[in-house]
Ligand binder design. Structure first.
Ligand code: AMP
Length: 185
């Protein structure tokens, strides 16, 4: 299965991604995790990326696209992957399409985890991650609305999008995801 998982910060995407990985076993490609690992390792890319991450801004498209291109070439992606936190802009989505078209391995499904914005701010403010300052949270939510939510139309037009209601217990939400993915597995 080749999947994209889209959701605003605080929607519970990380938790659902873990459940999904455990059940369907795709390679897990979380750009946020990759960038945090690069930052913690003190690599040049990681330190540069952190200047954006700490403010809640998106890292430049070219940086992320290069990271994903390299990661998608790895052997474990051949059997399927879950893109988590990528693409986040139309430019990234177009770059991804070009990569996958070249490989002849198109996406099977794009899942959107939807949670109302009022709820998100509450959840993020209580999470306590280093980039969860109120200012950075606001920047990330506005960034999602302006830069990432246009992807929903982009994928809907391609017939790939399914929206999952992100309110409820972890189990209820994962049941909704399974109802979409089981027929594809
Ligand atoms: P996340 O863990 O997905 O919330 O990502 C944490 C931070 O990493 C984001 O706030 C961005 O600064 C950066 N980041 C992660 N994925 C991307 C992406 N696809 N494009 C640009 N920046 C990203």
């Amino acid at each position: 299965m080749r999947l994209v998982f889209i959701g605003p910060p605080g929607a519970g995407k990380g938790t659902q991604a873990e459940y999904l990985i455990q059940k369907y076993k795709p390679a897990h490609l979380s750009t946020g995790d990759m960038l945090r690992a690069a930052r913690d390792a003190g690599t040049e890319v990681g330190l540069k990326a952190n200047e954006y991450m700490s403010k809640g801004e998106l890292v430049p498209d070219q940086v992320i696209v290069d990271i994903i291109r390299e990661r998608l070439a790895a052997e474990d992606c051949a059997a399927g992957f879950l893109l988590d936190g990528f693409p986040r802009t139309i430019a990234q989505a177009e770059a991804l399409d070009a990569m996958l078209t070249e490989k002849g391995t198109p996406l099977d499904k794009v899942l959107e985890l939807r949670v109302p914005e009022e709820e998100l701010f509450q959840r993020l403010a209580s999470r306590g991650r280093a980039d969860d300052t109120p200012e950075a949270i606001r920047t990330r939510l506005v960034g999602y609305r302006n830069q990432t939510s246009p992807l929903l139309d982009y994928y809907a037009e391609k017939g790939l999008l399914t929206t999952i209601d992100g309110l409820g217990t972890i189990e209820e939400i994962f049941d909704r995801i399974q109802a979409v993915l089981d027929p594809l597995a």
